[in-house]
Design a protein around this ligand. Structure first.
Ligand code: ATP
Ligand code: MG
Length: 236
């Protein structure tokens, strides 16, 4: 039984058909990558999973619940966290205030402290900068903050939208190694990336999205060695 199961999902923006009946699943403990070019529908997929968009048709089953009829705020309390494209940290708030926002579904203050310590341990830069206004963090630090904020809600699954976007190679490596560590600690990951090579390197399985349809799926290693994928997405 998959942790997350999506069947025949279609999403329109007015007359634009952004997703044309896609089906995929994510099992507990996996890193699953969703790769595709600009405009393929990756962000639309994540927005629909976290309840920001309502689908035209199709089903989203998460922990045996139908997410299509579940309100967005409830989806977070079901253990699904979303790290949005472009990070979207609250720029006029400090690092610590942003992290507190991530824990809003949690009431217990002792637990808040221990979770905060866990996040600081994973991202020492955030602890050093906890009183700094988030808008003044570098792009890579903002990505860390967005991930830290998502981890504050103790997610079972984390949806990540282009975590490597705009980052230098060193930061990209750091972010990807943190994603692997978070996964090893038991968090399931659905990773959306244009950096297909990096995503396929850390993923267990992957789906390739092209103009709203899944055109290929498989074991991440097999896709890394697939000739059409290498030509289209790996620049070879
Ligand atoms: N709010 C919107 N209104 C109208 N069309 C939209 C809207 N948001 C997205 N689209 C269209 O839906 C399609 C899918 O967009 P989406 O943002 O999901 O792509 P993406 O795969 O995330 O691309 P990128 O890699 O550039 O982030 C695109 O053709 C886009 O123009
Ligand atoms: Mg996108």
């Amino acid at each position: 039984m998959a942790l997350l199961d999506v069947q025949n999902l279609s999403v329109n923006y007015g007359v634009i058909k952004a997703l044309k009946g896609i089906s995929f699943h994510v099992d507990k403990g996996e890193i699953v990558a969703l790769i595709g070019a600009n405009g393929a529908g990756k962000t639309t997929t994540l927005h629909t999973l976290s309840g920001l968009l309502k689908p035209e048709s199709g089903t989203i089953t998460y922990k045996d619940q139908n997410l299509v009829t579940t309100p967005g705020h409830k989806i977070v309390s079901l253990g699904m966290a979303h790290v949005p494209e472009g990070r979207r940290v609250f720029k006029d708030m400090t690092v610590l205030q942003n992290l507190k926002m991530g824990a809003y579904t949690r009431k217990d203050t002792a637990e808040f402290q221990s979770t905060l310590e866990m996040v600081y341990k994973r991202f020492p830069r955030l602890e050093e900068r906890k009183e700094q206004l988030s808008g003044t963090l570098s792009g890579g630090e903002q990505q860390m903050l967005a991930m830290g904020r998502a981890l504050m809600s103790h997610p079972d699954i984390i949806l990540m939208d282009e975590p490597s976007m705009g980052l230098s190679p060193i930061f990209v490596n750091e972010i990807f190694s943190i994603i692997e560590d978070v996964n090893k600690d038991g968090v399931t990951v659905l990773l959306v990336e244009q950096n297909a090579r990096k995503a396929l390197t850390i993923a267990d399985r992957a789906y390739v999205l092209e103009t709203g349809s899944i055109v290929k799926e498989g074991n991440a290693n097999d896709l890394l060695n697939d000739e059409s994928i290498r030509k289209a997405y790996l620049g070879e």
